[in-house]
Design a protein around this ligand. Structure first.
Ligand SMILES: Nc1ncnc2c1ncn2[C@@H]1O[C@H](COP(=O)(O)OP(=O)(O)OP(=O)(O)O)[C@@H](O)[C@H]1O
Ligand SMILES: [Mg+2]
Length: 349
């Protein structure tokens, strides 16, 4: 005979639809009983979403049914409390008041140029007259403040909302501020989730046309929390043409697909290098990989951004290349990408 504990263990593998957390940790499991030969699992949800109980029934019946020695049939009873959306402890997934569009810049692999892309997209939106916010969501390696040449610290208002720092009209905020004074080890798993959720709601962004989120590499706790807490308008996937980067880009794309976030397109960074002396083109990381990947995903290739010394220098000096020299090859690629995103959003000018 299977025990109650074994069933609970199995239920810990069952995720709430749309979330990565399991139904036990959300406190939805209200009882496990063994009447006669059968097994009854009782759940209670506060969900306004009509399909949630059915999905939970299927998932639970499957997970429990797989246990050897479980009494058949497995009867899953879901009680729905007419209330808010989602279980009690779930924050509602929503946008940010006053912010028209939220986009995430993501990659699977590190160091492929997410921050470069995020910073320059923000600069390009700003140059096009948009009201822009840019959030560095990397807890441990924040680089956007450097790319915008600021060491100014955000201040906290009386209402406990944090005021972003403004550089040439772009509102900047960094999640790295959260971990100051904490060792990275102290901030793992649930702590990261809690801080991230709290942080996303604690910034005074004001009225923005677009908020660009520069995500850390990979598909870990922070990325998941962000995509599950905020209603994103879309994600921009950054990759180099190299297969190792594309494999990880695919994983990142998979994460967004799973939570129903549309992919606005792929930016291929470090696409090629044009030697300034000879004009010869070098495909340092290979060629055409991101274009194929974009085709496979059925999304546009937003830009092919070359490796350019001026772009790197400009970033290191704290002035994105789009502002520094709008005619540079990299800058033109970023401006075109921002334009395509604007078109997707239906911006008319
Ligand atoms: N197109 C480019 N031309 C020249 N240098 C670039 C280009 N793109 C990025 N770089 C440089 O490469 C380095 C890595 O870029 P960046 O920090 O944007 O990557 P990332 O994907 O954000 O990294 P992480 O995964 O650590 O967050 C930086 O020093 C940046 O200035
Ligand atoms: Mg980065």
């Amino acid at each position: 005979m299977v025990t109650r504990e074994e069933i609970i263990e199995a239920l810990k593998q069952v995720r709430y639809p749309g979330y990565s957390r399991d139904i036990v940790s959300f406190g939805l499991v209200k009882g496990v009983e063994f009447p006669g030969q059968g097994t009854v699992v009782r759940l209670e949800v506060n969900s306004a979403e009509a399909n949630v109980p059915g999905i939970l029934q299927e998932r639970v019946a499957e997970a429990v049914g797989r246990l050897p020695g479980v009494g058949k049939p497995v009867d899953v009873r879901v009680k729905v409390n007419a209330a808010s959306a989602g279980p009690d402890s779930l924050p509602e997934k929503s946008g940010i008041a006053g912010v028209r569009h939220i986009i995430a810049v993501a990659s699977g692999k590190g160091g492929v140029g997410k921050s470069m892309v995020a910073a320059n997209l923000a600069a390009a939106f700003q140059a096009a007259g948009r009201r822009v916010g840019l959030c560095d969501c990397d807890l441990y390696g924040p680089s956007l403040a450097l790319m915008f040449g600021t060491s100014e610290r955000p201040t906290m208002g009386e209402d406990e909302l944090i005021n972003p720092v403004t550089v040439s009209g772009v509102k900047l905020m960094s999640m790295g501020l959260l971990v100051e004074g904490h060792s990275p080890v102290a901030l793992r798993g649930p702590m990261v989730t809690r801080y991230t959720q709290q942080f996303l709601r604690s910034v005074r962004w004001g009225e923005l046309d677009v908020l660009v989120l520069d995500l850390p590499p990979g598909t870990g706790d922070i990325q998941l929390t962000i995509v599950q807490t905020l209603t994103l308008d879309g994600a921009v996937i950054v990759s180099t043409p190299q297969e190792v980067a594309l494999i990880d880009a695919r994983k990142a794309a998979g994460m967004f697909a799973k939570v129903g976030v549309r992919i606005l397109g792929v930016v291929e960074n470090m696409s090629y290098f044009l030697a300034p002396d000879s004009g010869k083109r070098y495909d340092i990381f290979g060629a055409g990989g991101a274009k194929l990947e974009a085709e496979k995903l059925g999304v546009p290739l937003l830009a092919e951004v070359p490796i350019e010394v001026a772009a790197r220098e400009s970033a290191d000096r704290g002035h994105p290349i789009v502002w520094q020299d709008a005619g540079a090859l990299t800058a033109r690629a970023f401006i075109a990408a921002a334009g395509k995103i604007g078109e997707i959003f239906g911006w008319t000018n």
